[in-house]
Ligand binder design. Sequence first.
Ligand code: NAP
Ligand code: NAG
Length: 331
Amino acid sequence: MVVYKYSFVFVFAAVIHLSPSAGLAPVLKLNNGKEIPGFGIGTWLGTNSNELKGDEVQKSVEWAIDAGYRHIDTAAIYSTEDQVGRAIKKKIAEGVVKREDLFVTTKLWNTNHKKEAVLPALRKSLKNLDLDYVNLYLIHWPIALHENASISQTDYVETWQAMTDVLNQGLTKSIGVSNFNIQQLERLKSEGGVTPSVLQVEINLNLQQSALLDYCKAQGIVVVAYTPFGNLFNRQPSAPAPRADDQRLVAIAQKYKKTVPQIVLRYLVELGVIPIPKSLHKDRVEENIQIYDFSLTPDEIQLLKSFDNGYRTLSPLFWAHSPYFPFESKN
Ligand SMILES: NC(=O)c1ccc[n+]([C@@H]2O[C@H](COP(=O)([O-])OP(=O)(O)OC[C@H]3O[C@@H](n4cnc5c(N)ncnc54)[C@H](OP(=O)(O)O)[C@@H]3O)[C@@H](O)[C@H]2O)c1
Ligand SMILES: *[C@@H]1O[C@H](CO)[C@@H](O)[C@H](O)[C@H]1NC(C)=O
């Protein structure tokens, strides 16, 4: 009875934001009982070759925390972990949040898939972030690479077993995978032992992945949606519609006094996934999370669904000869 009452108060507080530390987005429950904020900030600048020297990602994460984001997505390969760490440190020092209010995700890069490489890679990420633990550690891709970037045959099931070891050491609170397909998730379940708590994949209007979402729902795997805007801002000029000036989308946005990107993010939240849009502009960072004061009608949802055509914004075909390439080998 006491437990029941306590959890009721907690859910109530999270929904109406009695405490600023609860953030703006409702939380979702993971299959290990932990919670994940339902909206996050992305930190990939689209480049992974050079060390990033600026502080644009740090600023973006600081604006995000001020705007009520409590979930931050980074990865070793982004070279932004240090900036993310500085933003967190600053916001904790200012008293805006406590460490336990934040959900920080980072990812194991493809060159560290051998079982003995996983723990050192996570320790290096923690050092970059200047944190004692992350909330979520993901295998970035099912594909393994050698240091010289050629394809390695290391099986992701080996990698997954090492992920469960770092979980047991408390260096991450949850583990999951990114860019895995249904067959690969099934293999983890049958051969790896522990079911991932999270799958992070590309989801946007062009790539809605309904079969994968149904599978994850049935398995209790929470889905995080990367590249949530897809080609809305003409990232790939040859990609199919829609763009942000699509008259049908503009009409919906006007009806709710919202913007087209907000309509798209709201739709993703209604699909049950967690969008992690990236922006280096303060006004956009603030705008993107302001989607919890309206909901879409069935007709509007049907229109947004109609843009699904299986088009992938990210399909690294240069890895197509890996035995573990997860996607169609042609776009
Ligand atoms: N697991 C994986 O393999 C994987 C792959 C890709 C991405 N990710 C994660 O997902 C995050 C998001 O994906 P993404 O960065 O590829 O793409 P995205 O978030 O879908 O789009 C980012 C682009 O949208 C623009 N933008 C953001 N908000 C806007 C708004 N309100 N109005 C107009 N333009 C807006 C940004 O411009 P400005 O910055 O100039 O504002 C940027 O050019 C990444 O940062 C990363 O953390 C993971
Ligand atoms: C890359 O490294 C691997 C493992 O050390 C080696 O087997 C392979 O021949 C190398 N490939 C090239 C192109 O150097």
